[in-house]
Design a protein around this ligand. Structure first.
Ligand code: CDP
Ligand code: MG
Length: 706
C-alpha cells in the first residue's frame, strides 16, 4: 500500500489522461552557483502590501547585479571598454543603463543598448520604463526596424543591433551617444559582429565614449581579446541546481513528446510548483502546439488545474507579449511556448521546468547554390545548457530533454557557428560600402566570413548596379542603402521609378517584409480559405501581384478587420504591412522618387520586380521542376504559390529556401526578353531561350565573374 500526500491525485486517474507516456532517465545535475535558502525565500516572498512601483524598486535590489552597482560604475568610469558577463536574468540589460543614467552619463548623450531580437528590445524597454516610472517612448524608448518608439526626451534607447548599424549611416561617430552597450554579444548575429568592428573603431577617436560589451556566456576572453584586452567584469550568478532528464529512447516526434511532457508535469506536480518553459523552433510549430494543448486541456475539463498557454516568438504582436511576464493566478500554471528567444534574450520569472526539444531553426546560406536554408537543426551543447539553466533561476529546477544522453554527447556541437559565417552578405557589404569602408575584406571582423562569400556579395551588388567595376558605391547603390531592406528588394523599389509603378511596388515590398504569414488557413476551413486566396490571383502572373491585390482590396475596404476575417487574411500582418508601407513611402521621398502608379500595367510591375530579382530567375525543366540560371540549382515552386500548378516557363522568385525540398517562395512569371532588356550583361537571349544552353552558366564577359 502506498501513502502519498492527500492533495495529490492518485496516479491511476492520470493513466487515463495519457495514452502514451515518455520515459525519462535522470542523468546529471547542474550544480547551482550560489544556493541560498534565505534568498530563495526572499525571492519568492509574496507578501506585497506595497504599491506596484515600490515592489518594482525593491525587486530591482534583489537582482544579482545590484550588489555590484558601485563596483561596476567604477570600472566603467576607469575603463573605456568593458566586457560584462553575467547569467541571464542577473539584470544586465534592464539595470546597467539605469545605473549609468543615475550616475549622470545621460547628461552628455544617450545610452544605447542593442539587442539581437526585436521582441527583446521592446520588452526590456517596457520594463526599464516601468522601473523608472516613465512612459515608454519618453525617457526610455526603443527602435526596431519600421518602428521607432523614441522621442526628443529619450536618454535610454534600446534597439536592435541592425538599427544601431543604420544609425552609423547618419551619424558615423555616434556623437549623440555617451555610452553604447552591445548586449547579448554571445548571440553573435551578423549585425552584432559588424557593430563590433565599427564601435571598436570609433572608440579610438572618441575617448569620451564608453563601450560595454555584455554577454551571458563565460567565453568572454574572446571578446576581451578582440577589444584590445578590455577588462572583464563578472557579475556572479545566482543559480540553483537543475536536474537533467533525458528520454530513454529517441523520440520521433518532439512536438508530440513536448505536449505529453507538459501535461505530465502539469498533472503530477502541483501548480504552485512553478511554471513550464518549452523550447520549440518557430511560430507555426508554437501555434500548432498551442492549438493541441488547448484541445487536450479542454477535453480534460476540471480534472486538471488551469493551464495558461503563452506563446512567444519574434513576430508576436506587442499586445500579446506582456502576457508571458504576468504571473499565473493562484491555482493555475503558466506554460510558455518559446523559440530560442527565451534562451538568453528574455528572462521569464517563476520557471521551474524546462522542456527542451533539442532543436532550433537556423538560417544558413550556401554560396555555391545561392540557397538559403531554414532548417530545424540540433542545438549546440552550449545552447542546451543555457536552456536548462532557465529552470534554476529562482529555485531548484528540472529540465526535460526530449533527446537521449547519447544524442547530447555525440550529435551536438559544442558551440553554434556565428551567423556571419553562414549568411548571404550582400546587405552587410552594402552597409559597409556606404559607410565608406572600401575594402571589406580588410574589415576587422572578430571571425571573418569566407572570402568566397564576400566576393559573391560584391558580385551581386555589382550586378544590381550598386557598385561599379572598381567596387565603388554608385548613385543607385547609395539610394539602395537608404532602405533597411535586402539589396534586391531595395533595387526593385529604385527600379519602380523607371517603370512608373512605385505605388504598387512599395505595397508589394511592404507585404514581403511583414515577416509573417499573410494568409490564414484554419485546418477546418482549408477549402474556403484556399478559394478566398485564389480570388487574389487575377491576371495570374504570380504571387507578388496577388500580394498587391490583397493590399489594395484591404485598403479599398477601409483597412477593415471584418474584410480580413472574411478573406482569410491575417489582420496583424496587414497592419504591419501598412506601417511598413508608410515608412517606405517616406524613404522614397528621401531618395527623390515620386509616387507613380498605373494600376492596370502589370507588365511594369513585373519588370520592376525583375530589375531587383533577376539574379533569382529559374527556368522550367521537362520534369516540371525548375533550374536556377545562376547556379543550375534544382528548385520547385512552393505549393502555397498561385503558380504552383501553372508551371510558367520562366520565373523570378523572392527566396529560395531549403525546407523539406528546395522551394522558391513568392514567384512571378516573366518573359525572357525582359531579362535581356534589364540585365544585358548577364543574360543573352540565346541562353535564356535556348533550352540546350541551360547547362552553361550565363557568364558573359563583364558579367557576374568580375
Ligand atoms: O539582461 P539579463 O539577462 O542579465 O537580465 P534582465 O533582462 O535585465 O532581467 C532582469 C530581471 O528583470 C528579470 O529577472 C525579470 O525579473 C525582470 N524583467 C521583467 O520582469 N520583464 C521584462 N520584460 C524584462 C525583465
Ligand atoms: Mg539581457
Amino acid at each position: 500500500m502506498k501513502f502519498g500526500s492527500k492533495d495529490k491525485k492518485p496516479m491511476s486517474e492520470y493513466e487515463l489522461i495519457f495514452e502514451n507516456q515518455i520515459e525519462f532517465v535522470r542523468d546529471e545535475l547542474i550544480r547551482g552557483e550560489i544556493y541560498d535558502e534565505e534568498l530563495c525565500n526572499e525571492l519568492t516572498n509574496k507578501s506585497v502590501a506595497r504599491s506596484a512601483f515600490e515592489k518594482l524598486q525593491s525587486d530591482r535590489k534583489l537582482l544579482p547585479v545590484y550588489p555590484y552597482r558601485e563596483e561596476l560604475l567604477q570600472a566603467i568610469e576607469k575603463h573605456q571598454v568593458l566586457v560584462v558577463v553575467g547569467e541571464t536574468g542577473s539584470g544586465k540589460t534592464t539595470q546597467i543603463p539605469q545605473y549609468l543614467h543615475e550616475a549622470g552619463y545621460t547628461k552628455h548623450g544617450k545610452i544605447g543598448c542593442t539587442q539581437p531580437r526585436r521582441v527583446a528590445a521592446m520588452s526590456v524597454a517596457a520594463r526599464a520604463s516601468q522601473e523608472m516610472g516613465v512612459k515608454l517612448g519618453h525617457e526610455v524608448g526603443y527602435a526596431i526596424r519600421f518602428e521607432d518608439c523614441t522621442s526628443e526626451k529619450t536618454v535610454i534607447k534600446y534597439m536592435t543591433d541592425g538599427m544601431l548599424l543604420r544609425e552609423f549611416l547618419g551619424e558615423p561617430d555616434l556623437s549623440s551617444y555617451s555610452v553604447v552597450i552591445v548586449d547579448e554579444a554571445h548571440e553573435r548575429t551578423v549585425c552584432t559582429d559588424v557593430l563590433f568592428g565599427l564601435v571598436k573603431d570609433i572608440a579610438r577617436f572618441r575617448p569620451d565614449l564608453k563601450l560595454i560589451i555584455s554577454s551571458a556566456t563565460l567565453d568572454a576572453v574572446r571578446f576581451s581579446d578582440y577589444f584590445d584586452s578590455a577588462p572583464i567584469f563578472k557579475v556572479p550568478g545566482r543559480s540553483f541546481p537543475v536536474e537533467i532528464h533525458y528520454t530513454k529512447a529517441p523520440e520521433a516526434d518532439y512536438l508530440d513528446a513536448a505536449i505529453v511532457t507538459i501535461l505530465h508535469i502539469h498533472v503530477t506536480e502541483s501548480p504552485g510548483d512553478g511554471d513550464i518553459l518549452v523550447f520549440l523552433t518557430g511560430q507555426e510549430e508554437i501555434e500548432s502546439a498551442e492549438e493541441i494543448l488547448k484541445q487536450r486541456t479542454k477535453s480534460l475539463g476540471t480534472k486538471i488545474a488551469e493551464l495558461i498557454i503563452c506563446p512567444i516568438y519574434a513576430n508576436l504582436p506587442t499586445e500579446q507579449q506582456a502576457k508571458i511576464f504576468e504571473p499565473a493566478p493562484e491555482g493555475a500554471r503558466k506554460v510558455v511556448l518559446a523559440t530560442n528567444i527565451a534562451e538568453t534574450s528574455l528572462t521569464i520569472d517563476g520557471i521551474k521546468h524546462v522542456i527542451d526539444s533539442g532543436f532550433v531553426k537556423i538560417k544558413s546560406y550556401n554560396p555555391r547554390t545561392g540557397m538559403e536554408s531554414l532548417l530545424v537543426t540540433p542545438i549546440s551543447k552550449a545552447s542546451a545548457n543555457q536552456r536548462a539553466g532557465r529552470s534554476g533561476r529562482t529555485g531548484p529546477g528540472k529540465c526535460f530533454r526530449l533527446y537521449t544522453l547519447h544524442n547530447y554527447r555525440h550529435d551536438m556541437e559544442d558551440n553554434t557557428v556565428p551567423e556571419i559565417q553562414r549568411t548571404n552578405l550582400a546587405n552587410v557589404v552594402l552597409s559597409l560600402k556606404s559607410l565608406g569602408i572600401s575594402d571589406v575584406s580588410e574589415f576587422d571582423f572578430m571571425d571573418p566570413p569566407a572570402q568566397e562569400c564576400l566576393l559573391q556579395a560584391l558580385k551581386l551588388l555589382y550586378a544590381l548596379g550598386a557598385l561599379n567595376r572598381k567596387g565603388e558605391l554608385t548613385k543607385v547603390g547609395r539610394k539602395m542603402a537608404e532602405f533597411p531592406l535586402d539589396p534586391m528588394l531595395s533595387k526593385m523599389i529604385i527600379a519602380s521609378d523607371k517603370y512608373k509603378c512605385s505605388e504598387e511596388i512599395i505595397s508589394i515590398a511592404a507585404m514581403l517584409s511583414t515577416g509573417s504569414l499573410i494568409f490564414y488557413r484554419p485546418k477546418k476551413k482549408l477549402v474556403h480559405a484556399d478559394n478566398a486566396r485564389k480570388l487574389f490571383y487575377t491576371g495570374n502572373v504570380g504571387d507578388h501581384v496577388a500580394l498587391l491585390n490583397v493590399y489594395r482590396s484591404w485598403k479599398e475596404n477601409d483597412y477593415s478587420h471584418q474584410w480580413c476575417y472574411e478573406n482569410y487574411v491575417q489582420v496583424k500582418s496587414m497592419k504591419r504591412a501598412r506601417d511598413i508601407r508608410e515608412q517606405l513611402a517616406g524613404l522614397l521621398e528621401r531618395v527623390e522618387i515620386e509616387l507613380t502608379s498605373d494600376p492596370g500595367d502589370l507588365e511594369a510591375i513585373q519588370k520592376a520586380i525583375t530589375s531587383g530579382y533577376f539574379p533569382n530567375s529559374a527556368r522550367l525543366q521537362k520534369n516540371e521542376s525548375y533550374k536556377t540560371f545562376k547556379y543550375s540549382q534544382t528548385a520547385h515552386i512552393h505549393p502555397s504559390s498561385g503558380l504552383a500548378l501553372k508551371f510558367p516557363k520562366l520565373v523570378v522568385y523572392h527566396e529560395l529556401v531549403l525546407t523539406t525540398k528546395e522551394y522558391m517562395r513568392q514567384v512571378t512569371e516573366l518573359k525572357p526578353e525582359w531579362l535581356v532588356e534589364i540585365a544585358p550583361h548577364f543574360y543573352r537571349l540565346k541562353d535564356v531561350k535556348d533550352s540546350e544552353a541551360k547547362k552553361k552558366r550565363p557568364s558573359a564577359e563583364g558579367g557576374l565573374d568580375i
